[in-house]
Design a binder for this molecule. Structure first.
Ligand code: GLC
Length: 605
């Protein structure tokens, strides 16, 4: 363990640095945050109505998952028009109003950019389908001839990250024609980043949102845009997918019926082991060529005032590889998935912290931290499993069910570890309530394409996307407001788009707001203290108390000593320190720190 002071050294104590160096950024998943018009789907007016709640929570910025025009085959990560708000979420005027209100409250706004692929309903892909092989319209995507007799086999052996084949064949005048690449769903064709028109279009999309006043972008699949030249077979693929053959799929046609087809569990898709989220050793991820794109975008952002930023979603290893995305002339931040993947384990967490700080310092960037997002099982539920370092691809009713109480206890303890660290932290909506994963969602309600494309082997990501509970006693736990008035009577809101578990009543905002021991009160207190102690701009020094091998994690950051107990028995609190905040009201009583707990301590003078 490195004993030196660790962190963005040049920034220690300096509050004049760009806001994102130390910001707490709250991820909003628009369809599940708040439903302003009662149609069962969250929307931009819903977000606006809850901005005062976020301001009171004490966050610095919000990041909005996609709200653009989309057939919603992957919950909006399939964009049909990058400059239009999907009517399900409102209109551009609603976005502008939300942005102005957020800025008025001192909250910055980051939007999601999805540059790796479009929707198959994007005008470009529609043009590609009706244009001949070799045309300029096809060159914006990755169309290739098939292999074997009559091109019946896909161009290479790549499998979709969502399961099933990464290639789909299109119909050419009624006959089977070329294949197009989609690293994700069939309805998410990959763009060709060697094409200058693609590059110019995405620059223009950046400017469109920068002109409206956004403070930054979260860049989706930032490590995926460039593929290895020649699109070679991947030797790692065979080991990952058992019994994988090119699964014959219906050719994609330009007919409206085909485009609106709901993706059913594809018959004949071979069951296979869940894969690692995204394996960075593949020929389609983390290619050196992506960095040129981010250097280019860095210059676009520099045309604007006000410290605009980009944060990379790049599942790459090791941290030194990730640090390449945040070199001075590229992006400003990258999500720290190493920290997220560490699980509830002192050794793994200490290692992730150490390596992340080293890697970030190596390129002069501040670190970031995150425990949950819209793609992962919520951390209190992961930490409540028998092995709290496992990373399931969703949880179903037949799977091991997490221990909700222990999970939440550990979840809160991890929050104090995270918020005491130097750098910037990301929160996922609902974690401030201690929300668990919805672990018993029935198949008929599931919507995540990963569930369908793996024949249900992966339960998918719906469980962390259940709509937020605002009022414990209201229908849909107050997710949606009334859908209007009919004959003088309010029309009840529609059922939320995804069912919420009954236990959400206990986690509803109205209940937690009035409870001094609630997770919401705990987050508010922690965020206020973090701001007061300026931990985001601090330096980490491992304390002599730090003994990850014995389940104890301990570091200092300025005036703060962060102590966490991963073991099964209480440990003694050090003499001469006062408890500023403990992860539960009784965690740091009578001179000891309970198991599965953490505390922020300050030396007494
Ligand atoms: C990213 C998003 C995820 C989406 C995928 C394809 O990983 O976070 O939700 O399904 O990209 O766009």
């Amino acid at each position: 363990m490195n004993s030196a002071a660790r962190g963005p050294v040049e920034s220690a104590g300096d509050t004049s640095l760009p806001w994102w160096t130390s910001a707490v950024i709250y991820q909003i998943y628009p369809r599940s945050f708040a439903d302003g018009n009662g149609d069962g789907m969250g929307d931009l007016p819903g977000i606006s109505s809850r901005l005062p709640y976020l301001s009171a929570l004490g966050i610095d910025a919000i990041w909005l998952s996609p709200f653009y025009l989309s057939p919603q085959a992957d919950a909006g990560y399939d964009v049909a028009d990058y400059r239009t708000v999907d009517p399900r979420f409102g209109h551009l005027t609603d976005f502008d109003a939300m942005l102005a209100q957020a800025h008025g409250l001192g909250i910055r706004v980051i939007v999601d950019l999805v540059p790796n692929h479009t929707s198959d309903e994007h005008v470009w892909f529609q043009q590609a389908l009706t244009s001949p092989e070799g045309s300029a319209a096809r060159d914006r995507y990755l169309f290739r001839p098939g292999k074997g007799a009559n091109g019946k086999m896909p161009p290479n052996n790549w499998q979709s990250i969502f399961g099933g084949n990464a290639w789909t064949q299109v119909a050419e005048n009624g006959a089977p024609g070329q294949w197009y690449l989609h690293l994700f769903d069939t309805k998410q064709p990959d763009l060709n980043w060697d094409n200058p028109e693609v590059r110019e279009e995405m620059r223009s999309v950046l400017r469109f949102w920068l002109d409206r006043g956004v403070d930054g972008f979260r860049v989706d699949v930032a490590h995926g845009l460039v593929k290895e030249k020649g699109l070679p077979d991947w030797s790692g693929q065979a080991a990952m997918v058992e019994g994988s053959e090119a699964s014959p799929q219906a050719p994609h046609t330009a007919s409206p019926e085909a485009l609106n087809t709901v993706i059913e569990p594809p018959a004949g898709v071979p069951a296979h082991r869940p894969k690692p989220a995204m394996d960075p050793s593949s020929p389609f991820l983390d290619q050196d060529g992506v960095h040129e794109i981010y250097r280019d975008w860095n210059l676009v952002l520099k045309e604007y005032d006000g410290d605009r930023m980009m944060v990379a979603e790049a599942w790459v290893e090791p941290p030194a590889r990730l640090a390449r995305y945040v070199r001075a002339d590229e992006m400003q931040q990258a999500f720290n998935f190493d920290f997220l993947l560490a699980g509830w384990d002192a050794r793994r967490m200490a290692k992730a912290i150490d390596e992340s700080l080293d890697a970030a310092a190596g390129v002069g960037a501040p670190a970031t931290w995150v425990l949950s997002n819209h793609d992962t099982v919520r951390h209190p539920s992961r930490f409540g499993l028998g092995d709290p370092t496992t990373f399931p691809k969703g949880i179903g009713a037949d799977d091991e069910q997490p221990d909700e109480e222990i999970g939440l206890q550990r979840g809160r303890a991890a929050t104090l570890i995270m918020l005491g660290l130097p750098g910037s932290a990301y929160l996922y909506q609902g974690e401030e309530l201690g929300l668990p994963e919805h672990t018993t969602l029935e198949a008929q309600h599931r919507q995540d394409p990963t569930f369908f494309r793996t024949g249900g082997v992966e339960r998918g990501r719906d469980g962390c996307r259940a709509p937020l509970p605002w009022q414990s006693a209201a229908p849909g736990f107050g997710f949606g407001t009334s859908a209007g008035v009919d004959g003088g009577h309010p029309v009840p809101a529609q059922q939320p788009w995804l069912p919420q578990p009954a236990s959400f009543a206990d986690y509803a905002v109205d209940r937690e707001e009035s409870d001094p021991d609630s997770t919401l009160t705990f987050y508010r207190t922690a965020l206020a203290l973090r701001a007061r102690l300026n931990t985001g701009h601090g330096l980490l020094i491992w304390s002599p108390l730090n003994k990850p091998g014995d389940g104890i994690l301990a570091y200092r950051n300025g005036a703060l000593l962060v102590l966490a107990n991963f073991g099964g028995a209480p440990i003694a609190l050090p003499d001469g320190y006062a408890v500023e905040l403990a992860s539960t009201p009784t965690a740091a009583d009578r001179g000891s720190l309970a198991a599965n707990s953490s505390a922020w301590l300050v030396q007494q003078t």
